[in-house]
Design a protein around this ligand. Structure first.
Ligand code: ZN
Ligand code: ZN
Ligand code: ZN
Length: 140
């Protein structure tokens, strides 16, 4: 299983912290579709190409990222260049997870031109505009 689930559904778990640094959105070199978010080996959902996604400066920023402990608020340097990262607070011993930042993309509804924000997911999907209820398809 890849990390897609994390991007999708992790929300508001009290001992989880969201990273402020998001990995870049990278397109498949083979079909130009959007690859699953994150770094490492990713399988393109559209053409099944396996692509090694890496981004040196993101990894460095992840490593240097300062995070406040969700339990005692002490500021810790993450020190780990992957996301999600499991961290133990040096002051209160609480273990917590730093989740990748969820990047959202903005699109405009083709019917009413209202700006909508969504989480990019590879492939196409059907959307109903919350403003005008128009159904349309989005492809990343
Ligand atoms: Zn592809
Ligand atoms: Zn702590
Ligand atoms: Zn609309």
């Amino acid at each position: 299983m890849d990390e897609e689930v994390i991007v999708e559904d992790v929300e508001d778990v009290s001992l989880d912290v969201e990273s402020k640094i998001s990995p870049p959105l990278i397109n498949c070199p083979n079909c130009d579709g959007l690859l699953p978010l994150g770094l490492g080996e990713k399988t393109c959902k559209l053409c099944d190409a396996v692509v090694r996604v890496d981004h040196e400066s993101t990894r460095q920023e992840w490593k240097d990222e300062r995070i406040s402990c969700p339990s005692c608020s002490k500021v810790l340097v993450c020190g780990v260049d992957t996301r999600p990262a499991k961290i133990a607070c040096s002051s209160c011993d609480t273990q917590f997870t730093i989740n990748p930042k969820i990047v959202k993309v903005e699109i405009a509804c083709p019917a009413c031109e209202r700006r909508l924000r969504l989480r990019p997911r590879p492939g196409s999907r059907a959307i109903n505009c919350p403003a005008c209820d128009e159904g349309f398809k989005v492809t990343f």
